[in-house]
Every structure is written in structure tokens, then in C-alpha cells.
Design a protein around this ligand. Sequence first.
Ligand code: AMP
Length: 501
Amino acid sequence: MSSGIGAALLDGLRAAGPREVLVHGGTRLSGDDVLGMVAAAAARLAASGVRRGDTVACLYGTGAESPVSRIAALALGCRFVHVWGGVPVEVAARAMRALDASALLYAPSRRAEAAPLLAACPVRVRQALDDDLYSGPAAGPVTTPPCDGVSLATFSSGTTGQHKIVAYDHAAEAAHLAAAQAMYGTPPWRLLVAPRSRYLPDMFVIWTLAGGGTVILEPDARPAQLAETIEREAATHLMAGRPVDLYALAEHLEDAPADLTSLRLIVYGGAAAVPARTARAAGRLGPLLMQNYGTSEGGFLTVLEPRDHARPELLMSVGRAAPGVELRVRAPDGTDLPPGEVGEVWVRSPQRMSGYVDDPARTAAAVRDGWARTGDVGRMDGDGYLFLLDRAEDRLPGGLYAHPIEHVLTGHPAVLDAAVFALPRAAGPVLAGVVVGRDGRRVDLDGLRALVRRALGDRCEPRHLWRVDALPRTPGGKPDKAALAARFAAGAGAPGRPPAP
Ligand code: AMP
């Protein structure tokens, strides 16, 4: 039993006291303001019949009102289902039913989504995250009662096209916080984040508040706006998002320099980086970049430190095990492989999920003897740096791996981004790829295929290579290779010529 993250949040807010902790547009809330809102919301929900041990679901928004609702749920001793934008109604309803939710909260911006969700899963208490909830009287001082079992359920980003419902307990949430603080430096931080309807940016908000710090929620994620907000708010930390978001910011700053001297750290990750663009970003931003690799199931797995970004050969790596994390590369039979050999990445960590909600078979397949499989294929070098090669399920014809080929393609100065994939054909899948040209530059597709041939051998040369304006991406920001295969399967013709869309 532990009150872990809840107690840390209350400590952080009390330590901040009259200092501002949540900034969103014109709203600037102090630690005391947030504690007052939490007390009011807890009293209001308790009066509506929400009890300790209940499950509260929330259509989480991108403003200050949403993290406050999580703290109120912790103050009531309730489990929380964090429904970020983009999670299908039926998946959210399944989680609510499985955890027997008694309340649905919703950010005002997501009011329209509440009705279909309530139709699919009716609950006793329905409440918008508005003044009605947050400005009523408090019932007494706020505490966070200890509770065991699941404390939080959320949804994986749908890499495989399916949103899985992932549950954590308090100990795992406390371990996430501890890992974040070990990696990102002693709190308090002044963190800038542009929440984009995903789970991880919201967690950065919770961790910052738990460290007594200040979160600046920037609704406009365009690079110019981010740069201006960093300067104006003297942010010390930036949660930049996916690698492509980091690159957009770094490339904007090349043309429009800004004063970023307040920044101590820029965190990015969650999808495969493009080493050439990371190098360029590191050149522009200096020793501020930190990359994380993680999964919904395992939490943080690795960290590529700022100093690692100065070593070009490490920019293809996702770094070394995050604090408190053990990593292994294993053969299909589950035996550990020595450094340099390729296999599936497994993780053992206190951050690991307790399981998939309502899916013991899938949980049993993903977790064995305390170790969780990641579905990622990679190799580790003798110093513990992990190099990811592909997703296990995305395997290319001939047992090839995508990332090394993509790295050769994106290493060419005319190429901004690339993805290779298995193209279904009647005689069996063939290796195909797409490239995105840099700044509208002409891309010599035959030259690129020859480049891959020279670097990696004939087998790795894509049989078909096309130019596209942008890579399609999953809601979680990963290249959508299933969409590419489906799009190009129909009309795959002569190399270099895109089939009709
Ligand atoms: P999800 O659980 O939906 O957040 O997706 C986790 C998956 O995203 C991992 O298994 C990796 O395939 C991918 N991923 C996350 N972070 C990174 C990273 N830094 N580099 C490459 N792939 C990543």
C-alpha cells in the first residue's frame, strides 16, 4: 500500500505555495490555487457519491483543468482512467466497464465526446471540469489516502492499430516519477509542454508538479510559438515531443534565432529518430538534447544523454538503460544474447504496467517472470548502448531490418525522412521505400538505391523507391508503414513513379 504519486503531488504543491505552478494562456495558478481547486473538486465529487476505491474516468483535455482532476481523484482515493483524445469511444467504454467506473469527468473542450461515451457506458456521476467543480467549498484539508491495486489506466498509442488498455499501480507511478527526476535533474523545473492529446506529455505535467515546479502549457505547438514562449517564460525544460517535432523547432531556429539561455534540457523521443537530423539539431541547440525510448507497457527504457549527442556514432542509438531499468536482448527462445547480437528487447523495471485491463491472455504473452517484451528488435553494444533495428512485427522480406536502410537514405543531404516497408505482391512481399525530399530539392531515386546497395549490399536495396511529400503517421506519431504498404500495393509500378493515390 502506498500513496506514492499523490503524496508527492501534494508535497510539491504545498512547497510551491503562492508560487505559480500551472500557466495556460492567461491563466496562472499558484500551488495554493491548485490545492484549493483540488479540495473543492474532491468535496463536490464526494457529495455526488464518488467513494474511495471508485474508478473515475476523464476525457482529458490540454488545459490546466485536466491535471487538477487527476489530483482530485488521488485525493478521493480513486482510480483514474486517462482517456486522451483519439482513443475510440468503444475502447474507452471497455476500460470504464472493466474497472467499474462510477464517474465520468470531461474537459470542456471534449464535452461533445461525453455523450457517446456515456451512451456506451452509463455512470452515476457526470461532471465537466469547470468552475462548477473547482470553485465550490472544500470539505476539509486535502490528503491522499493510501490505496493498493490499479491506480491509473490509460491507452497505448495504437502502434499496431489497436489501442491496448494499460494499467499501472501506485508503485509503478512512483517509479516513473523517480526515473524522470533522476534523468531530468533536480526539481523544481520550469517545464514547457505543448500537450497534443497523448498520454506522455500529460505525465510530464504531473511529474513537474510533484517536484514543486511550474508547467507552462503552450496550446500552439508551432516552432515560432514555442521559441517565443521559452524566452518569455524562461523555461528550464522543454518536452519537445516526437523527433519530428524537435527537428521542426531546431530547423526553425536556424532561420529565426531566439534566446534559449534559460533552457537546461530538451527531451524528445517516442518514435525512431533520424540520426542526420538529430545531429543537425544538436549542432543548433548544443548539449541540451536528451532522447528517451519507452513503451506504454514498460515506461522509460533508455536515455541518450546530452553528452552522447556529441558522438555521431551514437545518434543511431536510443542510449543506455534508464535509471532502475534492466534491459536484455533475447533470442526467440527467451535466452539472453551477448553484446552485438540481434534479438528482441526485453525489460525488467519497477515502472512496468501491472497488466492489460481485462486481457489476462495478452498480459501473459507480454510479461514473463517479471520481464516484459517490447516487440522491438535491436542489439546492444559492449557499453550498454541499445541500437533499435525494427519492430518485430514489421519484419521485411529476407529477414532485413528497416532502420539501417532508413539511416542510409536519410544520411543523404537531399533526403529529409524515409521509411522502408514490405510491399505485398502476388509472388510474395518485396522491399520498398519512400523518401521525403529536403526543401523541395530534387531527389535522385536511382542514386539513393545505389547508395544503399553500396553501403549495405544488394539485398538491402529497395526494389521500389518513391518520393512522397510527407510520411503518414499513426496517432502516436510513428511512421504508418501499414498505410504505406496499403497505399502503394495497388499501383506499385516502375521505381520512382508514384502509383495513383
Ligand atoms: P507506445 O507504447 O505506443 O508508446 O509505443 C512504443 C514503441 O514506440 C516502442 O516499442 C518503439 O517501437 C517506439 N519508440 C518509442 N520511443 C522510441 C525511440 N526513442 N526510438 C525509436 N523508437 C521508439
